[in-house]
Design a protein around this ligand. Structure first.
Ligand code: HEM
Length: 198
């Protein structure tokens, strides 16, 4: 397996620990990555509880109650993360060449696409609904006074759940590949997002 993932670089000054470099992700990328990982864990644990324990279970009820609020926070964070990724595009670790790099590119691209699409569909449904919703109890996004708008509700009704579970499957695949990089190939790829920032 390739032991380095090249990206041409001309480094003129010591890199800030907050920014990405071709060798590793900086603190900003790491906070976004691991913070979002925790929030996703919460989201999926909640939905798994709802499906397995039933929506009358107290724990499931509590988790379902937080779902839309944390989901919108995740949407905001993925947009910040995407913007940060683009700003650091030239200086962050690249992908390997060949089929492995291509698979990683498609995998990461699909993760980003679903991280945007899944909460966006739900946001559209919430805005088109006749139920009030105030984000985190602070920002009123729907006062509940309007009629239901079918075309805003239908896409999430059809796809939010199934794409949400697809996103979970991709995240599991992502974790499996990290373990393979670390334990089988031992090529230093996982360490770019783990461990101390030099
Ligand atoms: C990235 C963030 C999100 C993920 C990964 C996610 C994932 C899921 C999953 C897996 C389900 C379960 C589907 C099933 O019952 O099988 C679900 C249900 C649901 N989601 Fe999301 N979701 C996210 C964001 C949002 C947002 C932002 C909203 C609202 C604005 C929302 C509203 C809902 C609602 C209303 C349900 C149905 C819950 C119920 O049965 O009462 N979700 N979501």
């Amino acid at each position: 397996m390739p032991s380095h993932y090249p990206r041409p670089t001309v480094q003129t000054a010591p890199a800030s620990a907050w920014r990405d470099t071709p060798q590793r992700f900086g603190r900003t990328s790491r906070w976004l990555h691991w913070g979002m990982a925790l929030l996703f864990l919460w989201q999926f644990a909640g939905m798994a509880a709802k499906v397995t324990l039933g929506r009358d279970d107290a724990f499931a009820k509590f988790m379902v109650g937080t779902h839309a609020h944390l989901g919108l926070l995740l949407l905001l964070l993925v947009l910040v993360r995407g913007a940060w990724g683009l700003m650091n595009w030239q200086s962050r670790p690249g992908h390997a060449g060949g089929w492995l790099g291509m698979a990683a590119r498609w995998g990461h691209g699909s993760l980003y696409a679903l991280m945007v699409l899944v909460p966006s569909l739900a946001l559209l449904r919430m805005l088109g609904n006749d139920r009030p919703f105030t984000w985190l109890g602070l920002i009123e996004l729907n006062d509940g006074s309007g009629p239901k708008v079918d075309w805003m509700i239908a896409p999430a009704k059809a796809f939010h759940g199934v794409l949400g579970w697809t996103l979970l499957a991709l995240i599991v695949g992502h974790i499996v590949m990290v373990v393979v990089h670390r334990r089988v190939w031992n090529d230093g790829v996982a360490e770019r997002m783990i461990g101390r920032v030099a």
